[in-house]
Write a protein that binds this ligand. Structure first.
Ligand code: FES
Ligand SMILES: [Fe+2]
Length: 343
């Protein structure tokens, strides 16, 4: 094949400026993160009345709380009086939320309790912290900042069907969480998850454990599923690695019920927050489960190092975009989805 013919067949990635440009980063916030279902947490974080946690999506501070009637609520963590951030802690249990500026207080569902400096509580839209859509699926709490968005189940119908096979999911408990700042664009972290061409070189332990000759990446509308059996064939069940649009990854390994989730949250064009969480049937972990955590942690650290190295190349004059190998089709799929959302 001549060089010319070969060049014709190359398929190009998203331009590298999409990984460094502040305007594109801001636009992604509005067109992707303000419109998609985003994993916020797990119901075990808000088990009792008054339990809450705070969570930021692309610069939008939110509160997730459990009300007196047992219902979960999500709302902006912003005071409707003058715009102050209300709750400053990451989690806790409260009877009311109080704004520290002029002392307005709010019920657990975000509705105004008292506005001491006002003669009336008839404040229209200002009588409640702005509500956000919330849905629970398999004990995972998802939120959507777009009040017009179709439901989670409608948006991820095929994924829901696929995950329903894991009947143990709703009974898992959140056992451990780690947070790590990654010096890379959020898409670079997702890109890394969506292909396994790098596995043989970067993940020696992973490549010895799983059958790399039969490693599959299936594409679906709003998610991908990668799966592979164990090399030692000790179980029929493969490991499955799901990515869901736009920024959540979920892995389920063979063995006793388990799940790990990763949320990749954009902070800056070249910085992301990764929150990864382990779920097991009990918080008393067996030796095998502790080993699984170590294994997953190791693979992640190997990836984060690579992704940070990758980010250093995006802002140079060397190239303007990359090329996909045929087995980087998951990555290509994600980039198409990004382009579609950014139209
Ligand atoms: S800004 Fe919150 S009470 Fe005034
Ligand atoms: Fe990797």
């Amino acid at each position: 094949m001549s060089t010319k013919e070969h060049t014709k067949e190359l398929v190009y990635t998203l331009p590298y400026n999409h990984y460094v440009d502040a305007n594109i980063f801001e636009e992604e916030g509005k067109k992707i993160f303000f419109k998609s279902w985003i994993l916020a947490g797990h119901t075990s974080q808000v088990e009792k009345e008054g339990d809450f946690f705070t969570f930021d999506v692309a610069g939008q501070p939110l509160i997730i709380s459990r009300n007196k009637d047992g219902q979960l609520h999500a709302f902006y963590n912003i005071c409707p009086h003058r715009g102050t951030k209300v709750e400053r802690s990451e989690e806790g249990n409260k009877k009311v939320f109080m704004c520290s500026y002029h002392g307005w207080t709010f019920h657990l569902d975000g509705k105004l309790n008292k506005a001491p400096n006002f003669e009336t509580t008839e404040l229209g839209a200002h009588s409640c912290m702005t509500q956000v859509k919330l849905e629970v699926y398999q004990s995972l709490i998802f939120i959507n900042l777009d009040s017009e968005a179709p439901s989670f189940r409608e948006s991820y119908t095929e994924l829901v069907e696929s995950l329903d096979r894991y009947t143990f999911l709703p009974s898992l408990k959140k056992v451990r969480t780690r947070k790590r700042i990654i010096q890379a664009n959020w898409k670079a972290v997702v890109d890394n998850y969506l292909e396994c061409d790098h596995c043989r070189i970067a993940h020696p332990a992973f490549s010895k454990t799983f059958d790399m000759k039969n490693y599959h990446i299936d594409l679906h509308d709003n998610y991908t599923c990668q799966y592979s059996g164990l090399v030692n064939g000790s179980t029929e069940e493969p490991a499955r690695f799901f990515w869901t649009w736009p920024n959540m990854m979920m892995s389920i390994y063979p063995g006793t019920g388990n799940m790990t989730t990763s949320q990749i949250l954009p902070i800056a064009p070249d910085q992301s927050l990764a929150i990864y969480t382990y779920y097991f049937p009990s918080d008393q972990l067996s030796e095998e489960e502790e080993e699984l955590i170590k294994f997953v942690d190791q693979v992640r650290e190997e990836d984060f190092e690579l992704v940070e190295l990758l980010q250093t190349g995006f802002d140079t004059q060397a190239f303007t975009r990359g090329v996909y190998s045929p087995s980087e089709h998951g990555l290509h799929h994600f980039h198409k989805r990004v382009k579609e959302a950014m139209k």
